[in-house]
Design a protein around this ligand. Sequence first.
Ligand code: ADP
Length: 622
Amino acid sequence: MSEEKLEFQAEVSRLLHLMVNAVYSDKEVFLRELISNASDACDKLRYRAITEPELIADEPEFRVVIGIDKEARTLSIADNGIGMDRADLISNLGTIARSGTSAFVDGLTGDSKKDVQLIGQFGVGFYSVFMIADKVDVVSRKAGDAQAWRWSSDGTGSFTIDEDSREHRGTTILMHLKPDAEQWLDAEHLKAAVKRYSDHIDLPIALTTDGNVEETVNAASALWTRPKSEVTEDQYTEFYRHAGHSFDEPWLTLHYKAEGKIEYSALLFVPTMRPFDLFDPARQHRVKLYVKRVFITDEAEGLIPPYLRFLRGVVDSQDLPLNISREMLQNTPLIANMRQALTRRVLTELKRKAEKVPEEYGTFWENFGAVLKEGLYEDSERRDDLLTLARFRSTASDGWVSLAEYVGRMKEGQSAIYYITGDNLESVKQSPQLEGFRARGVEVLLLTDPVDDFWLSSVHDYDEKPLKSATRGAADLSELKRDDDAEESADEAPVRDAEIATLIALLKQNLGELVKDVRSTDRLTDSPVCLVADDGDLDMRLERMLKAHQQTQQSSRRILELNPKHALIKGLCARAQESGAADDLADIAFLLLDQARIIEGEPVPDPAAFSRRMAAVMTKAV
Ligand code: ADP
């Protein structure tokens, strides 16, 4: 077969264009990416060789050799890992299979400073070599295959694939260095960087200069097996970046060895930055499972609960059999036991952070709180811990509030924890349903994550105080004193019940089945009307969301609430007593309902009718 030319996937082309032209200050990351890939390739083969030992019979020791050729101005990284065949090369080094990639690429702004940061979050892996090389050859021979293949590219639009030869299995990346990447030909410079990026991995990395004697550069022992006291902060950071292909710093590092009923070591990290695909449904945790220091899988289902999927790092079990298949993993109770133990440790550590560094914890919560809240309905055993860890926005302050703080400052006579859900803070703060709470100084939690509606349907109380929606059911605010004035002026006095009863009856008559009820409320102070859900019905936002996702066809009828202190309602009450009121109030009844819908973010079902009625009422007014 002769050389074939193939195009990069469009997203890859765009990323490469950025890579090649980026003024990325941290070009060195290419080295970390390539060393991580080489180490992953060895890990994968080591695992396969447990059941197919013949794959590594010719070269049983795994290693990586990094070579400098000053004359040719090339740098090479060769591993004897699993290798790639033709199809692997095309898909692994021509596309990015990660879900969410095209959305990510579309999100790039063209402003290279911002984009570089985004790229850091995304992680470009292998493609980062084009920051320092203007041509790259990858020669690879898959373990068990006789044929080797060469992939070549200058990083602009296309690559070529051709047959090649290689003495043993594995992959060699040959980089033809750019003129401004000279420093990589300097053995001392290279050595220092390699040491930094590989000291923590369990794989010897050797250096050869112009074909001269090899020397092993790194300590080659797995970081998590070392005692905590012997590991530096920098080593943890490097390991975190290696294991998670991350670019940021770890915010929390948890390193321990469990001994007793189950034995394992864990080295886990919580990132500082939110990964770009955190909310992608396909995203899994990034914790690698090892058994007695042999890598098994980075997709151990059930090892980490989905609501901790932002964790990265390594768990190394002493108890699992080495030859366990990935399929068997799912069914072993050992994994479930480890999951419970790991979860407990992580949550305890988070609690400690929340107490010790509340500011930092707030940032953590901003990044990952929405994910942790999934645990409130997924893991009932840990619910209390998670409720303690949860932070909320509220009407009382701009910062984060815990439920304990909320309960600590509840008003005299207040029996429930109130919340309101909405799409964003700004709009939810404007909700008319909050007016009465505000006037009485009653704090309301503002919940704006889509997940909130879900956990709220399974968590009913905290510290024996019921959680109550401010937009559902009757507001029992009459018991609570208003903050602003002890005595209400005549102006503010509500219309009497008997007077409003006639208005209510007329509105009901006009609106018929469109509303479940019409009633007077003390929930409002400034707005004339609002909609609320009946006690047993779905919260309005949840229903909207379920509809948008085709999860329900249902449209619950809502309750239209009237503010008996509002001038408009008072005027309408007076009008309702006069003869012929029923007809006159018809347009107004619909306008009140539509107005309440608009504030709520519900669609107006008949905009043409709305406009006609509005014009009619305004005509009368002018
Ligand atoms: P990532 O490592 O994040 O998956 P990369 O772009 O670095 O992304 O690599 C893409 C894929 O190419 C890897 O997932 C792996 O399957 C393959 N690959 C890269 N380098 C090697 C190597 N040295 N040996 C075997 N496979 C490799």
